[in-house]
Every structure is written in structure tokens, then in C-alpha cells.
Design a protein around this ligand. Structure first.
Ligand code: WT7
Length: 561
């Protein structure tokens, strides 16, 4: 082990590490002059054979996009934005599948110096509208398949002036900008915006416990942080073919894509949803050397492991993020995939996976590993900011001074300020996650400190789901809590007090579920709805979610569902 990896000795690298070394790998004089798009794309374009992206459509067709083509088409997209009047700093959001156009638009938006954001297609009109309106998005990019959903959302988003639509066979509606036609006519050269490390680049939404989702803002310096993780944790090398199953609608998508492109590696993406048989086939057919996914997907592959029997794997590394990776899955991976799945930990706020396992470091299955070189992390007492003893539970905290650490929650200064605590030797950012550190410095996840629900790797704020439930005429009061689930870690369970005149029934429960699923989001809807006559409340009238959570937990333990 060790010598042939980018990180051969974790301890030594942590001692020697300097962010300047990563900035020095950039083409421009970073961090003063830094544009993500230039660093991840244009500088690899001279090598005509170098592939940026292999994309497999739902029908199984393969599209190959070399870096030179990505550079040219993203130039055209930047020109298009400029001709539409999109200024530096304006927000451009996407709502579309994993098709080549999506990647071109992300890079092109950054070239223009505009701010790129994306909403995953699981969200419905309500979920989309909230996010686009919150940050006054000016342009939305979508496909003809999604156009109706977007139209419904845009009724509540006055800031959006133009929609760019990729024609997937239905014809682009009048008034929209047709992606294909307009790109074709656009100039192939573009002078990339002369941004610096502190200019705004990305805006991704994350759910909160006490209020609506928050926009997490990242600046161009972010790229140095993700480049470090891709180099040290995912061990990216030229020649790798890296399948990150994450969508561009979550920050994990850009982290893996842009971080790997910084080093000139090739990304692989599949347009379709998770399907074990399809995945097994893709792993068989394509020379994928690195796989990055979430524990739920690995668990579902394990459930269907016979599908992997005759698959010829090229994997040399696998990674995971988003929720606890159980030791059993790690062992299974070693036996069946032939690689140790490396658990990594991060948040949209930390911009990246920052407490990780590394191919050259001993893995303790069940542990998230250790902080990447260049990030100081600890377990602290959230009230005092003091570092706690090994073995003691506290909050995961980081010194907020690394490049991919977020700039702010979009226009929510109080929310931003509330994440920090002044400790005896400086400031810590508090993650809201509970963990402990063992004697040897490995971090072990224990749970969330707040009410945020982790389900299938998604972070779900109860507030947003409860608000959506409240929109149903039959719902007088609602509270949602996590209910432990063997495959999804948790499911969202809703307790509902029906409005007057409504009788609890299975069909009413189904109706409520469907409404949340279609209006808000397909991953946030409650998979279980239970009616109650009243909610447990505190003396001040707040719903006691912990009590409901205990009920749901007991129910899960009893296997009573
Ligand atoms: C939350 C963040 C960089 C983007 C990743 C997703 C949970 C994340 C792990 C892990 C246990 C994990 C935490 C965290 N989480 N990784 N390895 N083990 N829990 O970012 O969607 O903002 O979610 O996911 O609770 O706070 P996100």
C-alpha cells in the first residue's frame, strides 16, 4: 500500500501541506486571479484526445465530449448568456437531467462570471420556486421534458426573465431560448471573466431545521479545496475514468466533476436513475476506475449482488458520502467490488468532503476517517468551543479558513453567524453533526444535533416538508421526524392532525403523500403518514418532535410497519 498513491503518508502530508501548493497547480496566478472554468477545462483543451465526459443516455447511447469541445461549447454558452444580458454575479440555475448540455452550461456560466446553481429534478414546482425566488435567479436552463414543471414554478418567481430550453423532441416553446440553435450560432471564442478567488461562483441549497432551505454560496477559491480532495482522497490521476453518480443538482456533482477536471481526469455519467441491473452493466461495459456514490446505492447493490457475478470490473477505488457507511458494506465492497469503499464526510457548507479515508491510510470500517491535509477539524463542545477529549461526543467543527469553506448563506447573515463559536484558541464552524474522535484521530459519526433528517444521503429539513403538508386541505397540524430504515438509513415519517371534517384513512394518507411528492420533492415526501388526534407540545406550545421521534424509533425497532 501507499507508494503509488498521490498521498503516500497521511501524517507527513498533513504536516507539510500548504494551500499555496494547490493554488500553484492552477494556470492563472491563483488565488488572486482564478476562474474555475478556465482551470477545469480550457487548459486541458490543447490535448485534442483528452476526454472530459462520457455520458450514457437512458437508451444506452454513449456520447463522448473531449475537453476541446467542452471548452468551445462552454465559450458559446458564455457568449449566449452575455448576449442575453446576463451580468457577472447574476444567478443562472438549471433543472435538467445529466446530459452533456448540462455540463457545458455549468462551465459556460462560470466563464461568464455568473453564479451557477442547480435544482435536482426530484423537486416539484414548490421546491423549485422557493429556491429560484430566494436568490432572484435571472435565467433558468431546462429541457422540454421539464418545461411544464418549470412553468408552474415560475408563476411564483418574478425575477426569472428568460428560460433556455434544450429540445428533447417536443420543440422549444415560443418565447424560450432554444439551447441548440442559439449555441450553434454563437461565437466559439470567449474571454473568460477575469474573476479572482473571492468572486462568487456557486450557489447550492441545503435544508435547515428551523426555517426554509438556505442558499450556500461558494467563491471561485472553492476549486482549490475540491481539487485537494480529488487528489488525496479519490487519488485522481490522468487516465482515470471516474463515475460519480451524484447529480449536478447537489454540490457533490460539481465537487467530483470540477475537482476531477482540475486534474484533467475523465468523468463518466449516466442519465438514468439508480437501477442495480443497469449499474452492473455500466460497470461491466465501461472502463470505470473510480466509483463514487452514496451508502444507499451500495446497500442496494449488495441486495442485488448476483447481478455483479459476471461483471468485469476495472475499479481501483470507490468512495461514499452523505450518510454513515456501515462496516458491513465496507467488508462487502472489499469482497465483491474488490476495493475498500472510502467513506468521506462533508456538507454543502464545507464545500467538499473534508473528513475522509485515504487509500494509503488504514481504514477502520465505520469511521469517516481523518481531516484532509489543510483542514483543521475537531470535536468541540458547541457552547464553549473547547475541544473535547477522545471518546467524548461533541460537534464536528472546523476552522473556517480553507478555500472551499462557504462564504455565507445567501442573504441570511444571522443564519451564517449562528454557525460559529469562539473557542479558547480561535473560531470554530459548527457542523450540527455529532461525533467522537478515537485515540488515533479517527472520526466516528453519531448523528445530527438538530432535527435535520438524513434519508438516502439527502439532508431534509423538517420545516420545508411540514410547510408542504400544511398546504393540504386535510392537514391541520403536521410534524415530521426520521424513522430508522435499513436501506435508506431513515425515512421521513409524518404525524398529522386532520382538519375538521376529515376522517383519517389510508386513502387520505396516500393523497397527502402524493401531494408533497409532486409539489415539493420526490425525495422529501413522507413515506409514512400517521394520523393523531393531537400533537405532543411543550408548555410554550411547540411541537415536541423528540417525543414523536422516539415513537417512530420504537416502531422501527419493533419492526412494526
Ligand atoms: C450532511 C451534509 C459535500 C457534500 C456532501 C453532502 C451527513 C455527510 C456523512 C458521512 C455520516 C454524513 C451529515 C452532514 N453526512 N457525510 N460520511 N457519514 N453522515 O452534503 O447534502 O449538505 O449533507 O450529511 O449529517 O451534515 P449535504
Amino acid at each position: 500500500m501507499g507508494d503509488n498513491h498521490n498521498l503516500s503518508d497521511y501524517e507527513a502530508a498533513s504536516e507539510e501541506f500548504s494551500w499555496d501548493d494547490i493554488f500553484a497547480e492552477a494556470d492563472w496566478e491563483a488565488p488572486g486571479d482564478l476562474n474555475i472554468a478556465h482551470e477545469v477545462c480550457d487548459r486541458h483543451a490543447a490535448d485534442k484526445d483528452r476526454v472530459a465526459l462520457y455520458q450514457v443516455s437512458e437508451d444506452g447511447d454513449l456520447t463522448t465530449v473531449p475537453f476541446w469541445q467542452l471548452a468551445e461549447e462552454s465559450n458559446q454558452f458564455a457568449n449566449l448568456l452575455e448576449s442575453m444580458g446576463v451580468e457577472r454575479g447574476d444567478r443562472v440555475f438549471s433543472y435538467m437531467p445529466r446530459i452533456p448540455e448540462h455540463y457545458v452550461a455549468m462551465v459556460g456560466t462560470l466563464k461568464r462570471g455568473a453564479v451557477w446553481g442547480s435544482v435536482n429534478e426530484r423537486f416539484g414546482p414548490e421546491g423549485i420556486a422557493y429556491r429560484l425566488a430566494d436568490c432572484d435567479t435571472s435565467v433558468v436552463l431546462t429541457t422540454t421534458d421539464n418545461r411544464e414543471t418549470v412553468a408552474e414554478a415560475l408563476e411564483d418567481v418574478p425575477s426569472v426573465e428568460q428560460v433556455i430550453t434544450v429540445d428533447r423532441g417536443d420543440g422549444v416553446p415560443d418565447g424560450d431560448i432554444a439551447f441548440g440553435d442559439r449555441l450553434e450560432g454563437a461565437e466559439r471564442n470567449y474571454e473568460t471573466a477575469d474573476t479572482g478567488g473571492d468572486d462568487n461562483a456557486l450557489l447550492y441549497y441545503t435544508s435547515g431545521t428551523t426555517g426554509p432551505a438556505k442558499g450556500v454560496l461558494h467563491e471561485h477559491r472553492w476549486i482549490a479545496g475540491v481539487a485537494a480532495t480529488q487528489r488525496y482522497t479519490m487519488d485522481i490521476k490522468p487516465g482515470d475514468c471516474y463515475w460519480s453518480t451524484a447529480d449536478l443538482g447537489w454540490l457533490t456533482g460539481p465537487i467530483n466533476t470540477l475537482g476531477a477536471w482540475f486534474w484533467g481526469a475523465t468523468m463518466f455519467t449516466y442519465e438514468g436513475e439508480f437501477d442495480p441491473a443497469e449499474w452492473a452493466e455500466l460497470l461491466d461495459e465501461h472502463p470505470i476506475t473510480i466509483l463514487f456514490s452514496v451508502p444507499t446505492a451500495y446497500r442496494m447493490l449488495r441486495e442485488n449482488e448476483s447481478l455483479l457475478d459476471d461483471v468485469s470490473l476495472d475499479l481501483r477505488l470507490a468512495g461514499s458520502v452523505g450518510e454513515p457507511l456501515s462496516p458491513g458494506v465496507v467488508t462487502w465492497g472489499e469482497e465483491t467490488l474488490g476495493v475498500t469503499i472510502l467513506d468521506t464526510y462533508g456538507q454543502t457548507e464545507t464545500g467538499n468532503f473534508i473528513i475522509n479515508n485515504y487509500p494509503s491510510m488504514e481504514v477502520r470500517p465505520g469511521s469517516m476517517g481523518k481531516p484532509i491535509p489543510g483542514v483543521e477539524a475537531a470535536i468541540v463542545d458547541p457552547d464553549t468551543g473547547e475541544v473535547v477529549e477522545p471518546g467524548e461526543t461533541g460537534q464536528i467543527a472546523e476552522r473556517p479558513d480553507f478555500p472551499c469553506f462557504f462564504a455565507e448563506y445567501w442573504e441570511k447573515p444571522e443564519k451564517t453567524a449562528s454557525c460559529f463559536v469562539d473557542g479558547p484558541d480561535g473560531e470554530w464552524y459548527l457542523s450540527g453533526d455529532l461525533a467522537y474522535r478515537d485515540e488515533d484521530g479517527y472520526f466516528w459519526f453519531e448523528g445530527r444535533a438538530d432535527d435535520v433528517i438524513i434519508s438516502s444521503g439527502y439532508r431534509i429539513g423538517p420545516f420545508e416538508v411540514e410547510s408542504a403538508l400544511g398546504e393540504h386541505e386535510a392537514v391541520a397540524e403536521a410534524a415530521v421526524v426520521p424513522k430508522p430504515d435499513p436501506e435508506r438509513t431513515n425515512i421521513v415519517k409524518a404525524y398529522v392532525v386532520p382538519s375538521e371534517g376529515y376522517e383519517p384513512s389510508d386513502s387520505l394518507a396516500e393523497d397527502i403523500k402524493t401531494k408533497v411528492k409532486t409539489d415539493l420533492a420526490a425525495h422529501e415526501y413522507p413515506r409514512e403518514v400517521e394520523f393523531r388526534e393531537e400533537m405532543p407540545k411543550t408548555v410554550t406550545g411547540k411541537i415536541r418532535r423528540t417525543e414523536l421521534q422516539d415513537l417512530a424509533q420504537a416502531e422501527a425497532e419493533a419492526g412494526d410497519d
